[in-house]
Design a protein around this ligand. Structure first.
Ligand SMILES: *Cc1c(COP(=O)(O)O)cnc(C)c1O
Length: 414
């Protein structure tokens, strides 16, 4: 656990973290169970922050990030993570991960700028958007970000024009069958028969291809999918060698990881496939682009009840976050909301069939229906766990409810 370890000290001193107030929290308080520790943390913030929060906020637990990084190191010691910034660009998270030794996957000029502003060296950034606007690519050239993905001949021509010194990773389409929450293969990645033409295009243009990347889809539940992807990557390495191209040296196994048991299973498949397919190429550097893995479980949302209506037996509540805010993950990322009240239930409390609405005037902005909750009042808080992946990053300011203004409290639980 984090606590006062040298690792946590480094995280607390990291750019993006050191200028933030960090709420210390002991999970052991009142012998709380792990599940109630989150509620305890949110209660501490509500009770001790000055000014007290009056609207929805997120809490980032740095100790979780440290634990996740250690678990990564244990399971995938030879695979350096480049955190995918799009998943959650919170500077305290990015800064903490930089201090722990991660690199970064950026997909736009603004993401590169944000990461560089935290003191990250450009060589620790991979520009992993296969289709880049020219001004963004020119910016990458200017600041020295020199590794980028591609999956079309047009992109080779663009790189040659805007950033000729850039080295490329050929993005392959991941195999089907990973049962991912979000399939990326419908949009990105070279098909098997496109690999040689795309390698030749780079060769003709005089743009170096340093290696191969893929993404099996976000939140992949069938982890065997990494096996086929790594095999296909090896085939691409061999194709490049057969074309007489300089030996490739980077294998980027993308993202798709979910923390917990699924991650350990994925790691076992990956380690096995790496030995089998790349064991004879010890100089190949293996990197990855996890987003969800580091962000999802590290953040908790507290939303406030701002309105209530009683209709017979049914209770209807309005809260100040919704489907146009950080809870857009319900639509965009298949998040299943299981809110629970911050106040601990009193013995004998009845529950009521309840609806929870978001704050905007759109009826689609409904968080849960037919959901059991105890009686709540305006001003009470609801907690949503595992709210770090594709949440605040993709919320809007629709109707004047600004996701961009939601507070993020930084905590260190021990
Ligand atoms: C979104 C994305 C990631 C992160 O994916 P996760 O499933 O969150 O790990 C990594 N690489 C690329 C290219 C992406 O588009």
């Amino acid at each position: 656990m984090g606590g006062g370890s040298p690792t946590m000290q480094a995280v607390l001193l990291a750019p993006g973290v050191r200028d933030r107030k960090v709420v210390s929290f002991s999970r052991a308080v009142d012998a709380l169970k792990e599940k109630d520790a989150v509620a305890g943390l949110v209660s501490t913030i509500v009770a001790t922050s000055s000014p007290a929060p009056r609207s929805a906020f997120h809490v980032l637990d740095l100790a979780k990030v440290v634990d996740l990084f250690r678990a990564w190191r244990r399971a995938l010691p030879d695979v350096r993570p480049y955190y995918a910034v799009k998943c959650n660009p919170e500077p305290a998270l990015v800064g903490a991960l930089a201090a722990l030794g991660a690199g970064f996957d950026c997909a736009s000029r603004a993401e590169i700028e944000a990461v560089l502003a935290l003191g990250v060296h450009p060589r620790h950034i991979v520009y992993a958007n296969p289709c880049k606007p020219e001004p963004h690519l020119e910016y990458a050239a200017e600041v020295g970000v020199g590794l980028a993905t591609y999956d079309s001949e047009e992109e080779v021509a663009k790189v040659r024009r805007c950033h000729p010194g850039c080295e490329l990773l050929l993005r392959l389409k991941g195999p089907d069958g990973g049962e991912a929450k979000v399939d990326l293969g419908t949009k990105y990645g070279a098909h098997a028969d496109e690999v040689v033409p795309l390698l030749l295009a780079a060769q003709r243009a005089g743009v170096a291809v340093a290696g191969v990347s893929f993404h099996v889809g976000s939140g992949a539940s069938r982890v065997g999918v990494y096996r086929g992807a790594i095999e296909a990557a090896r085939a691409a390495f061999d194709a490049a060698a057969a074309l007489g191209m300089p030996p490739m040296r980077v294998l980027d196994i993308g993202g798709g990881f979910t923390a917990g048991a699924t991650f350990d299973e994925a790691a076992a498949v990956i380690n096995d496939a790496l030995v089998r397919c790349f064991g004879d190429l010890p100089c190949v550097e293996v990197i990855s682009e996890p987003g969800r893995y580091f962000a999802e479980t590290a953040f908790t949302l507290a939303a406030r009840v701002i309105g209530k209506r009683t209709r017979g037996a049914v209770r209807e509540y309005w809260i100040d976050d919704g489907l146009y805010g950080s809870l857009n993950c319900i639509i965009m990322d298949h998040y299943v909301p299981r809110p629970r009240p911050l106040a601990s239930p009193r013995p004998g409390d009845k529950t009521h069939t309840s609806t929870v609405f978001g704050p905007t005037c759109d009826s689609l902005d409904t968080v849960v229906t037919g959901y059991q909750l105890p009686e709540m009042s305006v001003g009470d808080w609801l907690i949503f766990e595992d709210m770090g992946a594709y949440t605040t990053a993709s919320g809007s300011n629709f109707n004047g409810f600004a996701t961009s203004e939601m507070m993020v409290y930084v905590a260190n639980s021990s």
